[in-house]
Ligand binder design. Structure first.
Ligand code: SAH
Ligand code: SF4
Ligand code: F3S
Length: 459
């Protein structure tokens, strides 16, 4: 299929979660089919895509300030006789749809996350017929059926297995921007994983807004839940590491917990958001779990895999949150001890139930709480990293570091690891003795033994 006469350029800017990063890769593949190649520069791009996030107010506002900058780029290109097609994709596109066209007249196409397989056609229509297009259709099944094969050579890749959410936490826009929960069929996922591995991928992170709610369609012998899917993926030759994100406590089955004990290639890392340590607030958030249930899961997970690195999401300043509620959050953090955590000030989102609740917390109170929480979380992260000093860890080397002859990889626990090593080891899993740590990364020395056999080198 070749409508393009010469290679045209596409620039994609991505905000938000890992699913948006995955989607941006897929958009590049869709456009690659009609002869577009990726550009690192907005200035020489024929098409600019903003892949947006709507989760908090600041995230959504960034799009409009970026459009201001793009206007200048577009005008400069126009003076040189080049047209630029401007696309707003992602969760802001889904949430605001047509409003974007009214607020930003330079935008040509608004496309929601479930319509990406149609982007090439829309770009063609926008360029040839000067149409302005809005597509915010659901559901996701058509998209996955029509997206092209995976291409590219990435050592570590994301793979969406589940999209959307039916849980309707009262603060969250995701059920509105990504639609209802949809699980991709297992065979489609396995095929995509094989394509990635054939292209050189050694680590895959399965993605879903509620990835552990993934369920199979019940063909005989086919995996029925995420644990079964992980087991099948672990059988793919050449795939060394598997991760998954984000999980919801209510879908954390015993099978999945036991997978952390039984599947070597499943990395010892679990991101399990709890949002608040107060049962009262959890109720108002419509989380449908309480603190006790969360702790129970954490204990089971630690029994199954004692060294597991735990991560979470926390919101402070949810409407009605008192000092005592916040102290409960601090207590839960202190009890669990996290290797990593993401914490946010509550942001009222249009259309959500919580935005209309009484007792919105003063911004300065929320800021103070966030600061206190983040100090403890930073300390815990450092503590987790410190306990790895002196240990020998398998590290998947991914890319050159900032120093000459330095490479950077990832530990099983997801921290970046810096090590002096020759470039030909990129793509290998090597053993590194950890000698130093900061909050965000580890540094170590190469232990002179390369795990070969299963490993392949990409350079
Ligand atoms: N699907 C995932 C997370 C989705 S959004 C889950 O259920 O855990 C990522 C994180 O953003 C959430 O876990 C939550 O902590 C945060 N978040 C979502 N909506 C928010 C809001 N309105 N204000 C502040 N933080 C929010
Ligand atoms: Fe949002 Fe809750 Fe769904 Fe997560 S589970 S995506 S926080 S509604
Ligand atoms: Fe943002 Fe949409 Fe992801 S709102 S966090 S890009 S699902």
């Amino acid at each position: 299929m070749s409508r393009a006469r010469k290679k045209k350029k596409l620039f994609v800017k991505t905000w938000g979660c890992q699913m948006n990063e995955y989607d941006s890769d897929r958009l590049l593949e869709v456009m690659g089919e009609i002869g577009f190649e990726e550009s690192a520069e907005m200035n020489d791009a024929d098409v600019i895509v903003l892949n947006t996030c709507h989760i908090r107010e600041k995230a959504a506002e960034k799009v409009y300030s970026e459009l201001g900058r793009i206007k200048q780029v577009r005008n400069a290109r126009l003076q040189e006789g080049h047209d630029t097609t401007i696309v707003v994709a992602g969760c802001v596109a889904q949430a605001e749809g047509r409003e974007i066209l009214a607020r930003a007249p330079l935008v040509n196409i608004v496309i929601g996350p479930q319509s990406y397989h149609r982007l090439a056609d829309y770009v063609f229509s926008a360029q040839q017929h000067k149409q302005r297009i809005v597509d915010t259709d659901f559901p996701a099944d058509l998209k996955f059926e029509h997206l092209p094969q995976r291409s590219g050579r990435k050592l570590t890749a994301f793979l969406t297995v589940q999209e959307g959410c039916d849980k309707f936490c009262t603060f969250c826009v995701v059920p509105y921007t990504r639609g209802g929960e949809y699980s991709r069929p297992a065979d489609e996922i396995i095929t995509e994983a094989r394509e990635l591995v054939a292209g050189g991928t050694r680590e895959i992170t399965l993605l879903g807004q509620n990835v552990n709610a993934w369920h199979g369609k019940g063909k005989k012998g086919a995996p029925r839940n995420l644990a079964g899917l992980l087991e099948q993926l672990a059988g793919i030759d050449g795939l060394a590491r598997i991760r998954y994100v984000t999980s919801h406590p209510n879908d954390m089955s015993d099978d999945l917990i036991n997978a952390h004990r039984d599947i070597d290639r499943l990395m010892p890392y679990l991101h399990l958001p709890f949002q608040s340590g107060s049962d009262r607030i959890l109720k108002a958030m419509n989380r449908n779990h309480d603190v006790e249930k969360y702790i129970d899961i954490i204990e089971k997970v630690r029994d199954a895999r004692p060294d597991i690195a735990l991560s979470t999401d926390i919101i402070v300043g949810f409407p009605g949150e008192t000092d005592a509620d916040f102290e409960d959050t601090m207590k839960l953090v202190d009890r669990v001890k996290y290797a990593q955590a993401f914490s946010f000030k509550y942001s009222a989102r249009p259309g959500t139930t919580a935005a209309k609740m009484e007792g919105q917390v003063e911004p300065h109170v929320a800021s103070e709480r966030l600061q206190r929480l983040q100090e403890v979380l930073k300390e815990q992260q450092l503590e987790f990293n410190r306990h790895l000093v002196g240990r020998e860890l398998p590290v998947l080397l991914e890319k050159p570091g900032r120093l000459a002859q330095q490479l950077v990889g990832r530990s099983p626990y997801l921290q970046p690891v810096h090590v002096m090593a020759p470039a030909h080891l990129i793509g290998e899993i090597v053993t590194v003795k950890i000698v130093e740590t900061t909050r965000n990364s580890l540094a170590g020395e190469l232990v002179p033994h390369v795990e070969t056999g299963k490993s392949r080198t990409l350079v």
